[in-house]
Design a protein around this ligand. Structure first.
Ligand SMILES: *Cc1c(COP(=O)(O)O)cnc(C)c1O
Length: 964
């Protein structure tokens, strides 16, 4: 970094307004105050005390110099221009569409929506929970099934989840074959193949019209419409599958289901797919919300999050995440999947698209798409080309010779048109919501290479929509009022705003969620996400058109490799859980290639995040837990050594989080890595806590072989209310050959596709690119140090009120701290949950609760919060502690007090008679700042158990629910 002393005054002043200074909440004066409070002379002195020298090397990250917001935006704009926006007719499950501007600006580009956290604190998340309930309702009704989750990561992984669920459900012990129609999208087939291998599932890829379903088949997967556009009536096939007790999954295009018989009505047990074309930009493959729907009888086997209706303390209906006992954070290695972060923001967008258009609008869009496609086919037929014989919706496959195809391709690309070129020489063309008459005419011209003797308008005159009755939808959908109320922009705008205002996001106050790193998501980082040169790119567009994306990905991979100390990086995983899965698969492949395929033991400390054991199981590993001990919550090295030696013949990997989930830098990390290596294993480092290390130490340097990062934590991608995310992995040189491939055709030794798109959620990578570009090496390092300073400051301020559970070297914590609330249960009958709810009354989102230790809170302030905000949070926590002291002293009732009754809604404070022994002011305005700005929880404390016993997961019936 520049030496400030040597610069003229003007530049020095400007330096104070650089992006780095805007990103950091703590200025030098505040830092000095905090350091004095902690008893350190300088920031570096604190860092030297907090982080073991053993793991630190002089680090001078080789990153480009920090740029200002304007400079970075300009430089990035130039990169974006290297992406060429073609008109895409490629299909394969990705379609251009219209994002209604009211949705783009007020959801996708709105921090009120995108900075929210996963809705665990449901009382202050009713807005996005309602939007997700709309999503589930829409999915259930379009697919004709009974229950849907609140999103999965992409269509490919959703299909793989269906395979895993079918396998688990199958009662035939010996059955291990999964049938996949050869007319599924190729990237889905790739993801399935990757996922099947470690589970010893045989994938049979064949034509469903000729495939014989035998006794060893536990499940089948069909694409509807098929990847070449053909629409098949799958009833017979599904019936045959059921005859063999196999579970039938249909990967269905949502828009087509407005016109076609839904999979549920054809007998399917599961439907999966993407909701991308419901208003979410292509974005070179993601992020998009996948969906997963099934029969009610399988509700406990569903992967991912489900929103359900329950009731609050006033008996009113209230939403929350249902059936959490299926999930990785509770069931760990026995969970239904490893999904944690999903695609909430994109599911919200898709749901709003459904709310805005309603059944009528969606049907009109679908009918228009189908009409364009059929007219396109009619014209090509007139021009002498042969197209699909089966009924079609939006896609045709035109038979051409290789020679013809080449000439057509040349003419198409000269026009800026992308088609799909099949290996058999034929050409695929998919229409979408944006296809207009002139596009159809251009395509005819491209194919005929001569004047076309008819126009689109002429063919429309003789057009009759032609769908056989057996595949025509007759059932209603989206009849609920929510899908019929908001047709004008004014109405929708207000609905979006009404929901947004129910949710506490970073626009209200700090969200100090340990392990989740809710830092600033700067506006300049977010802006490129909605540039057309990123949004309108198809994931399978020719590489010659995506040079901007290539450059961004190359640079970002390079920077992340530098930051983590690894040789190679893959950006493909769509979340931390997917990074874990990819990283473990890489390790597995490494063992196999060395002739040690039998290595299948995965050691995981008890304190690990639930995704760790869940991911290990998906890789076919057996999980052996390692104890954590002592006052610092460290891994018990002797237990680790004993287990590593005991299993040395079969040891595959250790999964370790660093700094630990207990918020400390374990001194022994290098020894831990060595023990694993000495016993033939590989070290997987869960890098969710990278925010404590950037610029200070590197996982690659202390012996880890693989590490995933959560770009939606450390690298500024917003949480989106529970997704999207990006979980890239970095690997040491010996593992680079096995990283996920980025070309469908690639046949090398790698682990294949682990996401549906080559670069996963590519369109949000600009956020992390911008962050690193604007921070530079010095800025990133400063951020880490400030994050550690802020965590230590909070730990010390709260220690007298809530003891800090684990401390590392010299009594320091890393970038987060765990406070212990377990004694309050005995002294005042107050639980950690009560305190979390009471924080809402003070205008705060609770820290992470009861993880990794039950009855505790894990607080992570990040570098972006100001001293004023840290103090305000501490004061809220201390004020609550004082309320608890009043209970302890008997001055307040144990049963009827503001902590137990929290959160207090406006209605509960204002309406009806006030009967509590404390005042209404204590209930709702317990701190002075609330008079300036009061955030109200919109429902009272939610009864989770009631909702699970009386499961309702769609809007239908919700209104009646409260009365019951
Ligand atoms: C957040 C987190 C994960 C999982 O990441 P997702 O993106 O939610 O899948 C894994 N491990 C740790 C320690 C985490 O904090």
């Amino acid at each position: 970094m520049v030496n400030l002393q040597q610069l003229p005054t003007l530049t020095r002043t400007l330096e104070n307004f650089s992006f780095v200074q805007r990103h950091l909440g703590i200025r030098d004066k505040a830092a000095a105050h905090m350091l004095a409070f902690l008893g350190y002379g300088s920031l570096d002195e604190l860092i030297d005390q907090a982080i073991p020298v053993k793991i630190r090397q002089p680090l001078d990250l080789d990153l480009p110099a920090a740029q200002s917001e304007q400079e970075a935006l300009q430089a990035f704009w130039a990169i974006a221009q290297k992406n060429q926006v073609y008109k895409n007719f490629i299909g394969m499950g990705y379609y251009d569409c219209v994002t209604p501007p009211v949705i783009q600006r007020n959801i996708l580009e709105n921090p009120g929506w995108y900075t929210a956290y996963t809705p665990y604190q449901a009382e202050i998340a009713q807005g996005r929970l309602e939007a997700l309930l709309n999503f589930q309702t829409m999915i259930v009704e379009l697919t004709g099934l009974e229950i849907a989750n609140a999103s999965l990561l992409d269509e490919g992984t959703a299909a793989a989840e269906a395979m895993a669920m079918s396998y688990g459900l199958c009662k035939k012990k010996q059955a291990n074959t999964f049938f996949v129609s050869e007319l599924c999208h190729p990237q889905t087939i790739e993801v399935i193949k990757t996922r099947a291998i470690p589970l010893n599932i045989k994938v049979a890829i064949a034509d469903h019209r000729t495939f014989e379903i035998t006794d060893d088949v536990f499940g089948v997967l069909l694409q509807y419409p098929a990847t070449d556009g053909s629409i098949f009536d799958y009833r017979d096939f599904i019936q045959k599958a059921h005859g063999q007790q196999a579970i039938a999954t249909v990967a269905a295009d949502l828009l087509s289901l407005c016109l076609l018989t839904p999979p549920g009505e054809m007998g399917a047990d599961i439907a999966v797919g993407t909701s991308q074309r419901f208003g979410v930009p292509l974005g070179y493959g993601g992020p998009h919300a996948a969906y997963f729907a099934t029969k009610a009888e399988y509700q406990r086997q569903i992967p991912g999050r489900i929103v359900g209706v329950s009731r609050d303390s006033q008996g009113q209906p209230a939403l929350r995440l249902a059936l959490q006992t299926r999930e990785q954070h509770i069931r760990r290695d026995k969970a239904t999947s490893n999904i944690c972060t999903a695609q909430v923001l994109l599911a919200v967008m898709a749901a709003m698209y459904g709310v805005y258009h309603g059944a009528e609008g969606l049907k009109a869009i679908a009918a228009q798409v189908q009409q364009q496609t059929q007219i396109l086919a009619m014209g090509l037929d007139k021009l002498g080309f042969v197209v699909n014989r089966e009924p079609i919706f939006d896609t045709i496959k035109v038979q051409t010779t290789a020679e013809q195809a080449q000439a057509i391709r040349q003419r198409a690309e000269a026009q800026g048109y992308n088609f799909r070129y099949f290996t058999d020489g034929s050409i695929g063309i998919s229409c979408d919501e944006t296809t207009v008459a002139s596009n159809i005419e251009t395509i005819w011209a491209i194919f005929s290479a001569a004047e076309v003797p008819f126009t689109q308008a002429q063919l429309v005159q003789n057009f009759v929509l032609n769908l056989p009755a057996n595949i025509t939808r007759t059932s209603d959908f989206l009849t609920d009022p929510v899908f019929n109320r908001y047709r004008s922009e004014t109405e929708l705008l207000r609905y979006i705003h009404q929901l947004q205002s129910k949710d506490l996001s970073l626009t209200t106050s700090m969200i100090p969620l340990g392990s989740c790193t809710m830092k600033l998501n700067a506006t300049a980082e977010m802006m490129p996400v909605t540039w057309a040169n990123f949004g309108k790119i198809h994931p399978f567009a020719p590489r010659s058109q995506t040079k901007g994306y290539q450059q961004m990905c190359d640079q970002l991979e390079h920077w992340l490799a530098e930051i983590t100390g690894f040789a190679g990086v893959s950006l493909q995983p769509n979340a931390g859980s997917q990074g874990e899965y990819a990283g473990l698969q890489v390790i597995r492949q490494y063992h196999i290639k060395r002739g040690e395929a039998h290595r299948n033991i995965c050691l995981i400390p008890e304190s690990a995040h639930g995704t760790n054991p869940a991911s290990a199981v998906m890789c076919g590993f057996k999980v052996i837990p390692i104890k954590c001990c002592n006052s610092q919550g460290d891994i018990e090295i002797e237990d680790l050594r004993a287990k590593a030696e005991k299993y040395q013949d079969n040891l595959a990997a250790l999964m370790v989080t660093y700094p630990s989930t207990h918020g400390v830098f374990e001194v022994g990390i290098k020894d831990i890595c060595q023990i694993i290596h000495d016993n033939g294993g590989q070290v997987y480092l869960d890098g969710a806590n990278m925010n404590a290390m950037v610029g200070i130490c590197r996982p690659g340097d202390f012996g880890a072989d693989v590490c995933h990062l959560n770009l939606h934590k450390t690298f500024c991608i917003p949480h989106g209310g529970g997704g999207p995310g990006v979980g890239p992995i970095g690997v040491a040189a010996h593992l680079v050959p096995y990283l996920p491939k980025t070309e469908l055709e690639d046949k090398a030794d790698n682990i294949g596709f682990i996401s549906a798109a080559p670069y996963g959620s590519a369109s949000i990578l600009p956020i992390s690119w911008m962050y690193i570009a604007m921070m530079g090496a010095a800025g990133l390092t400063k951020a880490t140090k400030v994050a550690i300073l802020s965590a230590n400051y909070i730990a010390k301020r709260l220690d007298d009120h809530y003891p800090v559970l684990f401390k590392g070297m010299n009594g320091c914590v890393a970038h987060e701290c765990i406070i212990d609330l377990r004694d309050l249960r005995k002294s005042a009958d107050v639980t950690v949950e009560d305190v979390a709810k009471r924080l809402m009354d003070y205008g705060f989102h609770a820290p992470t609760i009861s993880w990794p230790v039950a009855g505790t809170m894990m607080i992570e302030p990040t570098e972006s919060e100001s001293l004023e905000e840290l103090d305000r949070f501490c004061e809220a926590m201390i004020a609550i502690r004082n309320e608890i002291r009043q209970i302890e002293r008997g001055e307040m009732s144990k049963e009827d007090n503001p902590v137990k009754n929290a959160p207090h809604t406006a209605e509960s404070v204002i309406c009806g008679e006030w009967t509590h022994p404390y005042s209404r002011e204590v209930a709702a305005y317990p701190a002075p700042w609330l008079k300036q700005h009061k955030f109200w929880a919109t429902v009272g404390r939610i009864d989770n158990a009631y909702g699970d016993r009386n499961l309702v997961c769609s809007c239908v019936g919700m209104e009646a629910y409260g009365e019951g």
